[in-house]
Design a protein around this ligand. Structure first.
Ligand SMILES: [Zn+2]
Length: 306
């Protein structure tokens, strides 16, 4: 296990805090919270019980006795939703309608991938308020716009946009320093989501993984996704499997240097699906994709640092 920094709270705008679990590798997601009026609005939780309780402690240290009343899930993945239950039955959990479906359908299935992680006693707890395209919430007087941008990283990604603060809580549509991952969503949709973010013109972005950044971080994500798109187009035309294609491809240094670069082969699977004409977000056969990712990773399951 590499040496990891302690999770950190960073105030990105008055009363708006990022909760950062650096450096954002597998299992190390970010959350965010907004203190306003007499309560707290939280965006996302963590992968394990221990990490989610540490998040709850950090919120309490920062916000005092103000309770978390609203919890927003940016998408269904367990590293953003497993800890929902820690915040109690009195909390309203908001997410995309497909986020609720996927939280329920996935259950604790991810745990089988990483049996050595100390998961704790997780109680699967899906969103209780769902929406389709857009929803506006208020944290005190502060407007939070929830904007659906899926399928992108998953089928159910939403942005949390604070227009008065030019601040965006982006979920996993933005990985800063890690490899983008669109196997559960869409490659074309991931590119479109970047356009949506650019049009909002945020001054600061809390990414789903990695340090707080600005819009300049989107350029590297876009060039990676374009590289996947172009590589897949050639490989698909030549009839090469995603795994063989990944192995034959020299990943440029700037992409090889990103955390979790083994996601490349999984992303190629998604690109192939779209080249085959499947609708964005069509579920891929994980019993094929996961073994390919393991094979491309030298026969090892990628390490989860949760
Ligand atoms: Zn995710």
């Amino acid at each position: 296990m590499p040496e990891l920094p302690e999770p950190a709270v960073e105030e990105v705008s008055d009363g708006v805090f990022a909760y950062l679990q650096l450096h954002g590798q597998w299992g190390l997601n970010n959350a965010a919270f907004i203190t306003a009026g007499d309560s707290v609005t939280l965006v996302d939780t963590c992968f394990t019980e221990r990490r989610s309780r540490a998040l709850a402690d950090a919120v309490h240290r920062t916000a005092g006795d103000r309770p978390v009343r609203t919890l927003i899930n940016t998408h269904h993945h367990g590293d953003h939703t497993h800890g929902n239950y820690v915040f109690g039955p009195g909390v309203t959990i908001v997410g995309h309608e497909k986020c609720r479906e996927e939280v329920i359908a996935t259950g604790l299935g991810t745990q089988a991938l990483w049996p050595d992680v100390d998961w704790g006693e997780i109680v699967v707890t899906p969103p209780t308020v769902t929406f389709d395209e857009r929803l506006t919430l208020y944290a005190g007087d502060l407007e939070l716009q929830l904007i659906y941008v899926g399928p992108a990283h998953t089928t159910n990604d939403i942005l949390v946009w604070l227009p008065e603060r030019r601040t965006l809580i982006a979920g996993d549509v933005v990985f800063n320093g890690g490899t983008p991952f669109c196997v559960f969503g869409s490659l074309a949709g991931s590119l479109r989501a970047l356009d949506t973010i650019r049009a909002l013109a945020p001054e600061r972005i809390v990414p789903g993984h990695g340090p707080v950044c600005g819009v300049e971080a989107l350029d590297g994500i876009e060039s990676y996704l374009r590289f996947v798109e172009e590589t897949a187009r050639k490989g698909h035309e030549a009839g090469v499997t995603p795994l063989d294609l990944a192995r034959q491809t020299d990943l440029p240094d700037e992409f090889a240097a990103l955390h979790d670069s083994e996601r490349f082969v999984a992303n190629l699977h998604r690109a192939y699906s779209e080249l085959n004409g499947d609708p964005p977000g069509t579920p891929l056969p994980m019993p094929t994709v996961m073994p390919d990712m393991i094979a491309y990773n030298g026969g090892q399951m990628p390490q989860c640092l949760a």
